[in-house]
Design a protein around this ligand. Structure first.
Ligand code: SAM
Length: 283
């Protein structure tokens, strides 16, 4: 039976709601726009038109995947982050809107070199390089598959000449000094994993948890950072909302100055920022 775009949207929203999803109408529109290969803002214009059989089947498949709690970004294969489109696959974390706070904070001061530890899709380092046209960046990750996604995003955004990617267990294979170190490491504690939303089961486990107390990566990163920062270089770490003071204490213990916790747009602690001293005695 042929249906209009509007009728298909209503049926899909009903299926998504019955599957327990919030934001059913929004997801249905995004997925319909994806199937019709139009911008989501044009859905209302095409709503009265008939949906052909091929598009109807493709849309049904998308809705079935979403009912199984697969994230919309994984079904679309992309996510918009800080004004750019990033390819997202099951090998990388779906970049989160909260992480845009880290970008805004990092851009408050100029930098010519940036290191992104745990680069994933490349969302952080590539967004920073896009805004800072003379800067160069390095992104590292333990996951070779994530690095391949980051490289393809760099290619798509025309930033490959200013960034390089390397496989590394945090600082293990990193050499050189940077003006800025950024990281959004896995920070979910092992005992919090069973309570997470079903969508997170589609993301790489190593992007979510350290399999410990959620603070392991911060211990390693804060301990190694001064050896890779220029004097007065900055470090910005994304954190879970309860981890601010623990991570701030780690940075203070290493001799960092101007340690601050920055909230996200919901008012939850989200970023810890600090500045390396004038001269790094460790160097
Ligand atoms: C929370 S995700 C962040 C991804 C991306 N930076 C973002 O903000 O969307 C954490 C990333 O850290 C990487 N990772 C986990 N353990 C690591 C390790 N020991 N060394 C380097 N990267 C690691 C994961 O593969 C994942 O890409």
């Amino acid at each position: 039976m042929q249906v209009t775009v509007q009728q298909a949207l209503v049926l899909a929203a009903r299926r998504l709601t019955e599957a327990g999803l919030d934001g059913a109408a929004r997801d249905a529109r995004l997925l319909m726009a994806h199937v019709l290969q139009i911008d989501a803002s044009r859905i209302t214009l095409v709503a009265p038109e008939a949906l052909d059989t091929g598009a109807q089947t493709a849309f049904d498949t998308c809705i079935t995947r979403r009912c199984a709690r697969e994230p919309v970004s994984h079904i679309l294969g992309r996510r918009s982050f800080y004004g750019h489109d990033f390819t997202v696959t099951p090998d990388v974390l779906d970049p989160r809107p909260e992480t845009e706070v880290l970008i805004a904070e990092a851009l408050k001061k100029p930098f010519s070199s940036v290191l992104d530890l745990g680069v994933g899709s490349g969302a952080i380092v590539l967004s920073l390089l896009a805004e800072q046209p003379l800067a160069k960046g390095q992104g590292s990750d333990l996951s070779a598959k994530a690095l391949a996604v980051a490289q393809s995003n760099a290619d798509q955004l025309g930033l490959s000449s200013r960034v390089r990617f390397s496989q590394s267990d945090w600082f293990e294979n990193i050499t050189g000094l940077f003006d800025l170190i950024v990281s959004n490491p896995p920070y979910i504690a092992l005992d919090e994993m069973p309570d997470l939303s079903p969508e997170l089961s589609f993301e790489p486990r190593m992007a979510l948890t350290d399999e410990a107390d959620g603070l392991q990566a911060y211990r390693i990163i804060t301990a190694g950072a001064l050896a890779h920062l220029r004097p007065r270089g900055r470090i910005l770490l994304e954190i879970g909302p309860t981890q601010g003071s623990a991570v701030a204490d780690m940075l203070l213990a290493q001799g960092f100055k101007a340690v601050r916790i920055v909230p996200d747009l919901d008012g939850r602690d989200r970023i810890v920022c600090a500045v390396a001293p004038h001269s790094n005695s460790i160097l």
